[in-house]
Design a protein around this ligand. Structure first.
Ligand SMILES: [Zn+2]
Length: 245
């Protein structure tokens, strides 16, 4: 069978020589939650004022930097975005928003869902989340859509991250608040109807609350451990989607 093998080898060589679009590094957006400049309608939401670095924002920025550095070392085109999703409608394979919760909160992972809308608040982000605008809600930028396929991919990524996160959220690593895993579809609207899902066109969109400020401070101080878990889940997910060899 020498001839077919030679043909196959030739075809493989040709395929390798063509700089196909598929060979481009996948784009992954990493958002440090609440980092300025912030999104219109949510500018007053500056994050929890707790955690091992004095504020949620300081924690989010450390983890985001870790994830971006790690993803780039694995050949992923990782890009940062602040609270104001930049550019609007950012295209890519994946969007991950990084947060930690308030001292009485917990760790959990949310994702984009089909058939829902983002939350509205009073003014620039005050009061209770509402599915429709209040009379005094600040104007929002235009929303992107979440298809059924985006929901499916987002949930798959959330599940992968939940498995990895569950392994490191141990008392040995200083985690004491509960870990709720992936939030159900009709669960916490702050996490399931997060505005960030509606400012990107990424094919999978998730948000992680890494823990509770104060109770989980020892765990939250391990930003490289957390960064490695998020990176591992994102890369595993890209591979499963055939976006990375
Ligand atoms: Zn937050």
């Amino acid at each position: 069978m020498p001839r077919p093998i030679a043909l196959l080898a030739c075809a493989a060589a040709l395929a390798g020589a063509v700089p196909a679009a598929a060979a481009q590094a996948p784009v992954v957006w990493i958002q440090a939650g609440h980092q300025g400049p912030r999104e219109p309608g949510y500018r007053a939401q500056t994050g929890a004022g707790s955690g091992p670095f004095g504020s949620e924002m300081a924690f989010n920025e450390r983890v985001a930097a870790s994830v971006v550095r790690r993803l780039r070392s694995k050949g992923v085109d990782a890009r940062r975005t602040p609270g104001l999703v930049t550019p609007w409608g950012a295209e890519g394979a994946t969007f991950v928003s990084i947060h930690h919760d308030t001292p009485d909160g917990s760790a959990a992972i949310g994702h984009a869902i089909f058939g829902a809308n983002e939350n509205w608040y009073h003014g620039e982000g005050g009061g209770t989340a509402s599915p429709v605008p209040y009379g005094d809600s600040a104007r929002h930028r235009k929303a992107t859509t979440v298809s059924r396929a985006v929901e499916r991919r987002s949930r798959a990524l959330a599940n992968r991250l939940s498995k990895r996160f569950g392994r490191i959220r141990t008392t040995a690593f200083g985690a004491f608040a509960p870990f709720g895993g992936v939030v159900p579809r009709d669960g916490n609207v702050r996490m399931m109807r997060f505005y960030g899902y509606y400012r990107t066109r990424a094919q999978a969109r998730i948000l992680i609350e890494c823990g509770a400020g104060t109770r989980d401070d020892a765990f939250l101080s391990r930003t490289e451990l957390i960064g490695a878990a998020i990176t591992g889940a994102v890369v595993e997910d890209l591979r499963a989607r055939g976006l990375r060899g």
